[in-house]
Ligand binder design. Structure first.
Ligand SMILES: [Mn+2]
Length: 304
């Protein structure tokens, strides 16, 4: 379940114009907490086991907001949500550096997210959206760090050229995706009993059929996973211990170079899918059929 306290909804009593879970006005905070608890209730009915919380709370001017008090208010609100969380659920805290706030954001980075998750308790973990960092940040290292402290909750996969672009996975930087999966393979090998990240896709498809984009993204994600699984981890670790950077890099490169598309297509076929998913999807005329069955709904742009 994803809560939404970053967009005002019709009929809502208080506006989130000045923040939601960290707002100075207690009635705004209470409304945002109630909304999150409502999301938990809906999630229970749907069989969900996690609540993702992303807030756009932040500021646009130096001095506009007290960094400490706003963080304290966020923690106070999220503690109330955490208390309503079923024992089997996780609360995934999603950080984002900027947008809609362009000077400071309350949960701006993995450091703030980790602090909050640690303070809330074991059911709270961090969610990594690939587009929510400063340009060129080493996301794969963040993945390793979060796993190290048991706080790697999950991902919003997408790709990015400039900021939170929500482009299709693997369309800009497939090597970064591979390096992230290398860390995931490493993490799974190190502690298989606690390795359980939630994999989600958070993309905005503006010029493609969203279903085609999701199929393409799923293939990119599975391919990165397959390549990471091919890494000779023993050789990699030996090169790392021997301080041989080129040999270590070549251990990664050897796996990255492999064309895994026949393997991925075969696995898809065995699972009942199509080898050529694009032509199979288009030939099925699924979109045309569903367009006749369903009423059109207009959705606003997403920034989560
Ligand atoms: Mn996201």
């Amino acid at each position: 379940m994803n809560s939404n306290t970053f967009q005002d909804q019709p009929g809502q009593e208080h506006s989130y114009r000045s923040g939601s879970l960290s707002a100075t006005d207690v009635s705004v905070r209470e409304q945002a907490v109630t909304h999150n608890i409502d999301c938990i209730e809906i999630g229970k009915a749907l069989g969900s086991e996690a609540l993702t919380v992303w807030v756009g709370d932040g500021s646009n001017f130096p001095g506009q907001q007290d960094f400490t008090r706003s963080f304290d208010r966020y923690l106070d609100s999220t503690a109330s949500i955490y208390a309503a969380l079923p024992d089997s659920w996780r609360m995934l805290l999603e950080h984002k550096m900027f947008e809609p706030a362009f000077y400071s954001t309350v949960i701006s980075d993995w450091g703030s997210s980790l602090m909050a998750a640690q303070e809330l308790g074991p059911k709270a973990q961090c969610l990594v959206d690939l587009g929510h960092h400063a340009p060129n940040v080493n996301i794969e290292q963040i993945v390793a760090r979060l796993h190290r402290v048991g706080k790697l909750g999950g991902f919003h996969f997408n790709d990015s050229k400039y900021g939170d672009d929500d482009l299709d996975s693997g369309s800009i930087n497939p090597h970064q995706l591979f390096l992230i999966f290398n860390e995931l393979a490493e993490a799974q090998e190190r502690s298989p009993e606690t390795f359980n990240p939630a994999y989600m896709i958070d993309q905005s498809h503006n010029v493609t059929d969203p279903i085609e984009s999701l199929l393409s993204s799923a293939e990119a994600i599975v391919s990165a996973f397959a390549k990471a699984a091919l890494i000779d981890r023993e050789a990699l670790h030996a090169a790392q211990e021997a301080n041989d950077p080129m040999l270590a890099f070549q251990a990664l490169r050897a796996a990255y170079r492999v064309d895994v598309s026949p393997l991925v297509a075969m696995v898809r076929l065995e699972a009942g899918g199509a080898i050529d998913w694009l032509s199979a999807y288009r030939q099925s005329a699924w979109r045309e059929r569903k367009a006749r069955e369903r009423k059109p709904v207009s959705l606003g742009a997403g920034i989560v």
